[in-house]
Design a protein around this ligand. Sequence first.
Ligand code: F6P
Length: 447
Amino acid sequence: MSRLVVVSNRVPSPRERTQPAGGLTVGLRDAVRGTESLWFGWSGQQRADIAKQKPDLDRVDSVTYATIDLTHEQYERFYENFANGLLWPLCHYRIGIIEFSREDLQAYREVNDMFADHLVPLLREDDTIWIHDYHLFPLGEALRKRGVKAKIGFFLHIPFPPWSVMRVLPCAAQLLHELTAYDLIGVQTEEDVRNLDGCFEICGLNKRAYHFPIGIDPAEFAEQAVQSVMAPEVKRLKDSLRGRKLIIGVDRLDYSKGIPERFHGYEVFLNRYPEHKGEVVLLQVTPVSRAGVGSYQELRRELDELAGHINAMHGNFDWSPIRYLTQSAPRHILAGFHRIADVALVTPLRDGMNLVAKEFIAAQDEHDPGALILSYLAGAAPEMPEALLVNPYDAEDIAEALHEALSMTPKERKRRWRVLHDDVTRNTASNWSETFLDMLRDTQPQT
Ligand code: F6P
């Protein structure tokens, strides 16, 4: 079989325990494992002079990691401004906070060209290339311009909005045109397919997208969860609860995750059902993300204030309703936290998929599983109808779901968990990548 070349802006470090948060690295790491592959992308580093840089190569098992640095200006204009200050909010339907600048667009194109320049010499003739996410929309076209004839697929991990939102972007039609360079385009949900196909149609482009919902490796995550229950961190958490129920939230610090809205919902729950006061703890693990982007800095301030407010208003000298952390935790420790949690609150305002929902289900004890509260605006929702589905903007809906989850009979929890567990097991990271790559390899070569 041909070698797989994965390209993404963020590449996990093969040797570090704590990995960058986010579904892309989690899903893809499971997908490339054991496959002869090259994973190319940004090193996560910035430096002043990149004129003479060559990709840094590191081989671990069957995967060669090849990474390049960005300049400080590229980091700011490409990564912070265009990718995460513009495309990210746009794709999450947040037109009100986007800022467009032609200089940022130019940097976005320059970085995509630079990726292509460094990648081409590493390619072999029979490679299959798989490019990921909104940082790299134009990369397929850039590779074609450099004579690459290999099959090239593209997968978008975040939502794709309808044309009525997309058209706000001055270069929208051009980006859509560039997407036609790919042999196969994958998105997470049927809604994303409708939106992207609608955009192609309006722009007069003969192209279509397909949906491939990403999954996890549930067996591995479950094993980590079982083993981590004995880890000191998980034991300390359990001891500190003193029999109280644990509600868990795990998200990158991102406004799309709906964390302030979740905290409001929790506060309504405490007011409406005071019998739970002192009996529950909400642990919100929120590693800081994209700290240089203004909207993320504002969110951080808002969350600090809200968590402080809820603890001050509702806490007692021996109980704090929220434990809010901005440091990251190793994945296996999170698996242990998930296992001992009674309820997971996964309430994004929009999300491409949300693998945390799937991880929570995988980590649970089948004899006494917890309950999942899930936003119906997460890409995972259509696959997980047995979760307690909520509107993440509606604090009262969240409050009611929390009460229902905490009052649910063991029989009902088991029934829901079994169905959810079947869903998570059926659609794994390896099924996801195999389905995509089989279809990519079967496409007709572009003429
Ligand atoms: O999963 C979506 C995504 O934007 C990935 O592309 C990205 O790697 C991840 O979230 C985390 O974001 P960042 O790389 O900006 O830290």
